[in-house]
Design a protein around this ligand. Structure first.
Ligand SMILES: [Ca+2]
Length: 132
C-alpha cells in the first residue's frame, strides 16, 4: 500500500501545477464541491462557503443576506441563489464548474440580492438563468 501511495504522489503534484497555471482568469478561492458566495465582484471580498449538500434558507443567519456580488460553483452539481428567503422568488442557477463574476450585470440584475442559497447536490436547480 505504501508503495502505491508513493507512486501516485507525482501525478497529484503535476495536476496541482496544471490547475494553478491559469493566470489570465485566476481560479476563484473556493474549496472543492462547494458553492462560494462573495461579497465583492470577480470572486473577491468576504466569502461564504456552502459545502455540497448544504442549503441556507436565510442568508441573514450567516450575516450574508443581500450581499452576494459574485458566486462560484466548484462542484459537479448545480447550485442556486434566490431573491427571497426559503428558496423563493427569483432563482439564479450556478452550473457545475462555473461562476458569475458580476451578478449586477444586465444578464442577471442580482447584485446584493440573494437571501437564500442551495449548495451543490440539492435538487433545486431545474431551470433558470445559467451561470457562466
Ligand atoms: Ca456585495
Amino acid at each position: 500500500m505504501r508503495y502505491r501511495t508513493m507512486m501516485l504522489f507525482p501525478v497529484v503534484f503535476v495536476l496541482a501545477v496544471l490547475a494553478s497555471g491559469t493566470p489570465a482568469h485566476a481560479q476563484p478561492d473556493c474549496p472543492r464541491n462547494s458553492l462560494c458566495l462573495y461579497d465583492g465582484l470577480n470572486f473577491t471580498g468576504e466569502l461564504l462557503i456552502l459545502p455540497g449538500g448544504e442549503a441556507e434558507s436565510d442568508l441573514d443567519r450567516r450575516d450574508f443576506g443581500d450581499r452576494t456580488s459574485s458566486v462560484f460553483n466548484s462542484s459537479t452539481a448545480p447550485g442556486a441563489l434566490y431573491d427571497d428567503t426559503d428558496f423563493k422568488d427569483r432563482k439564479i442557477c450556478v452550473f457545475p464548474g462555473t461562476g458569475i463574476a458580476n451578478l449586477g450585470s444586465d444578464a442577471y440584475k442580482f447584485n446584493n440580492k440573494a437571501s437564500s442559497a442551495s449548495a451543490p447536490y440539492t435538487p433545486r436547480c431545474g431551470g433558470g438563468t445559467p451561470g457562466r
